[in-house]
Ligand binder design. Structure first.
Ligand SMILES: NC(=O)c1ccc[n+]([C@@H]2O[C@H](COP(=O)([O-])OP(=O)(O)OC[C@H]3O[C@@H](n4cnc5c(N)ncnc54)[C@H](OP(=O)(O)O)[C@@H]3O)[C@@H](O)[C@H]2O)c1
Length: 283
């Protein structure tokens, strides 16, 4: 895929890897709409990237992905600004250290890392310019392998556990990637899950700060730069090597098998139905 001028939607474009992803896409002359929790910060990023250009390529739209209403407004605003999109990168994510609930009453890791991409993807599906360039990239984590996904309690704040809730949300995103690949033909849209690497962003560094000194030293050696992680996400979105390979999971740069849990087709169907019910869309 060597096209320019693709229309790419990226969640979480103001900070972390998402910011670098937006930079890289704009540098490659693609058009990017990105979400920003803080509208003013989003406008600053867009202004910086567009400079004085008479063809602005970076566009910020406010969105709080922990609110279904805000996600719906974001999708509506995207459809007002463009008639078609080529790529959606569900990048934004959280790893909460304490139990927190979204405005919709969902544990925050589950809300932002899973239910938000589930809803946003469905709201944007009709805008996709279907074809070989069309991709949905879900930024997951190798930590999905630690997830177990008990459907009855998934998203319930009373079952919060610092690592497990994050792992479950990323496992759910793996299921969603596979479900999309089954529902949408590969010649229309490819759904890809990517683990970008262990990256030294805020999310990781807050975690490292809580480790004991020995673990901190050992773990610190595995940390890579935001640029490295962002490049892996951009490759998942643009590389022709993944054309027609919907449903794959890329760990850093290698296509690999996800957790065996993801093969449970009954759980996949039940998760999909529950998710549609929770976010309020037709299954
Ligand atoms: N870092 C790693 O080692 C690693 C490894 C595997 C997977 N990942 C995944 O990579 C993705 C990016 O993470 P990162 O490492 O770049 O972390 P980060 O630096 O903490 O950035 C998180 C991003 O998510 C956005 N975000 C968080 N909550 C949001 C909300 N309620 N509404 C809208 N946006 C929200 C943030 O926006 P603000 O700018 O408004 O804060 C920020 O852009 C995440 O999905 C993460 O799970 C990271």
């Amino acid at each position: 895929m060597k096209e320019k001028n693709l229309m790419v939607v990226v969640t979480g474009g103001v900070s972390g890897m998402g910011r670098k992803v937006v930079d890289m896409l704009v540098a490659q002359r693609h058009n990017v709409i990105f979400s920003a929790r803080d509208a003013a910060l989003g406008e600053d990023v867009a202004r910086t990237l567009n400079g004085g250009s008479h063809v602005p390529r970076a566009h910020s739209i406010p969105c709080d992905l922990s609110s279904f209403a805000s996600i719906r407004e974001f999708a509506n605003e995207i459809s007002r600004r463009t008639s078609s999109i080529d790529i959606l990168i569900n990048n934004a994510g959280v790893m909460e250290h304490e139990a927190k609930e979204s405005v919709d009453g969902i544990e925050l890791d589950a809300a932002v890392n899973y239910f938000a991409p589930f809803l946003l993807t469905h709201l944007l599906l009709s805008l996709f310019r279907r074809g070989p360039s069309a991709r949905i990239v879900n930024v997951t984590s190798t930590m999905h392998r630690e997830g177990h996904l008990d459907l009855a309690s998934f998203g319930d704040i009373s079952s919060f556990n610092r690592y497990r809730s994050y792992a479950d949300s990323k496992l759910a995103l793996m299921f969603f990637t596979r479900s999309l690949a089954e529902k949408i033909s590969v010649d229309q849209i490819n759904a890809i899950a990517v683990h970008p690497g262990v990256i030294g962003t805020d999310m990781t560094m807050k975690n490292v700060a809580r480790m004991n000194p020995i673990a901190r030293i050992v773990f610190s050696h595995t940390i890579r730069s935001s640029k490295y992680g962002a490049q892996n996400i951009v490759d998942a979105a643009l590389s022709p090597a993944y054309n027609g390979r919907s449903g794959i999971y890329i760990e850093e740069k290698r296509v690999t098998e996800p957790s065996q849990f993801v093969l449970d087709s009954r759980l996949a169907t039940d998760l999909y139905s529950k998710s549609a019910r929770v976010v309020g869309i037709a299954a």
